[in-house]
Design a protein around this ligand. Structure first.
Ligand code: KG4
Ligand code: ZN
Length: 353
């Protein structure tokens, strides 16, 4: 959608910047009332730089962000046919993540906002993963259960608005995406592995190998047990040559745990809506199962579109737009922070946020 088709009386144009880990991304987002629209988003991935290390190398990541940040901002503005002088505010993901990486996006956003004389807001990346489900979607009825399943976080929230999330459960060890990546490494599927494991699981029999489904009390999650079970099964001669079956069984038990906790939260809190985001929200089985349980419970589901599941600036722009439209603004001395303010989480050995 081009800017000239917006209701320019009330709509605001926000530039979002994301650099928390290994994606450099910029997006132009509009907000009109509580409707968020993505006008453009450019993302430069660094996968090829980190592949040989099978994980994100922080120093390489922050240097690559420095090279890419201005070109992605220019590209997003050009795609949206918006010049920087038309921007009403600038948002950057300032937490959680790798500190050197976060500083590149946060400093760039502050410098641009200061020179343009527009508000700057820092955005919590975990909140932004939730807002991803609201991009280009009709408004949502609150309260909602929110689920973020990413490479660094697996957290459940009770949300009374897109700006207010109360943590009701989180992983006690690995995040779901981290478990998928480690599972993919065990099965030698390459890096980054979550999407590859998902694809090969589609060709396997998920009942072929009995892996345990972990069920914790409350809303918490644990994925380290099933990862160990997969490592043992992968060494078991009975399952040699059964990579697709191992992947399918592993995916089934991880998703069963997530869906189990999601159903418990929906039933316990009796909410009308559910919001799901984060890289693991791209998982095909999670998407199918979440749609099925929300339909069964008559809950409206807003699941981030596939392109807004993994890290991107559209979700940062959306979360920032909501804050700026609510009259919020952060001081110039706001800086980057490695941890989320809303989620208890690990960054994991890959350094993902
Ligand atoms: O949200 P994200 O881009 O970065 C973090 O904030 O962590 O999530 C990346 C994670 C990785 O662990 C990746 O393997 C996982 O999301 N992922 C998937 C799929 N696509 C990405 N996991 C399972 N199935 C997928 N299709
Ligand atoms: Zn993320």
């Amino acid at each position: 959608m081009k800017r000239d088709t917006l209701n320019t009386m009330s709509a605001k144009i926000i530039l979002g910047i994301e650099s928390s880990c290994d994606e450099t991304s910029a997006a132009v987002v509009s907000i009109d009332g509580d409707t968020l629209r993505v006008l453009a988003c450019r993302t430069a991935s660094q996968d090829e730089l980190h592949e040989e290390y099978r994980g994100v190398v922080p120093e390489i990541a922050s240097r690559a962000h420095l090279d890419r940040i201005i070109p992605v901002i220019r590209g997003a503005c050009a795609d949206a046919s918006v010049t920087l002088t038309k921007v009403d505010g600038i948002a950057a993901g300032n937490r959680p993540g790798l500190i050197g990486s976060l500083l590149v996006g946060t400093s760039t956003a502050k410098a641009l906002a200061w020179s343009l004389g527009v508000p700057f807001v820092g955005v919590d990346h975990v909140m932004a993963h939730l807002v991803a489900g609201l991009l280009d979607q009709p408004p949502l009825e609150w309260p909602a259960i929110g689920l973020v399943a990413s490479g660094g976080h697996t957290s459940l929230f009770r949300m009374t608005s897109a700006l207010d999330a109360e943590l009701i459960g989180a992983t006690v060890d690995d995040a779901a995406g981290e478990a998928f990546d480690k599972g993919a490494a065990i099965l030698d599927l390459g890096y980054p592995g979550g999407a590859k494991l998902d694809a090969i699981a589609d060709t396997g029999d998920d009942a072929a190998i009995a892996l345990p489904v972990t069920r914790l009390k409350g809303g918490d999650f644990s994925f380290s047990g099933v990862k160990t079970a997969l490592a043992l099964a992968a060494k078991d001669a009975r399952f040699s040559g059964q990579t697709a079956n191992l992947a399918a069984s592993f995916r089934r038990v991880i998703i069963a745990q997530i869906i189990g906790q999601l159903v418990n939260a929906i039933e316990e809190h009796g909410v009308p809506s559910c919001l799901i985001g984060g890289g693991v929200a791209a998982n095909s089985l999670l998407r199918r199962e979440a749609a099925a349980i929300c339909a069964r419970h008559s809950v409206a589901l807003r699941m981030a579109e596939l392109r807004w599941c993994t890290d991107n600036a559209a979700m940062i722009g959306g979360a920032g737009a909501l804050r700026i439209a609510a009259g919020q603004c952060d001081p110039w001395d706001l800086t980057a922070h490695p941890l989320s303010q809303v989620a208890r989480g690990q960054r994991g050995p890959r350094g993902r946020s």
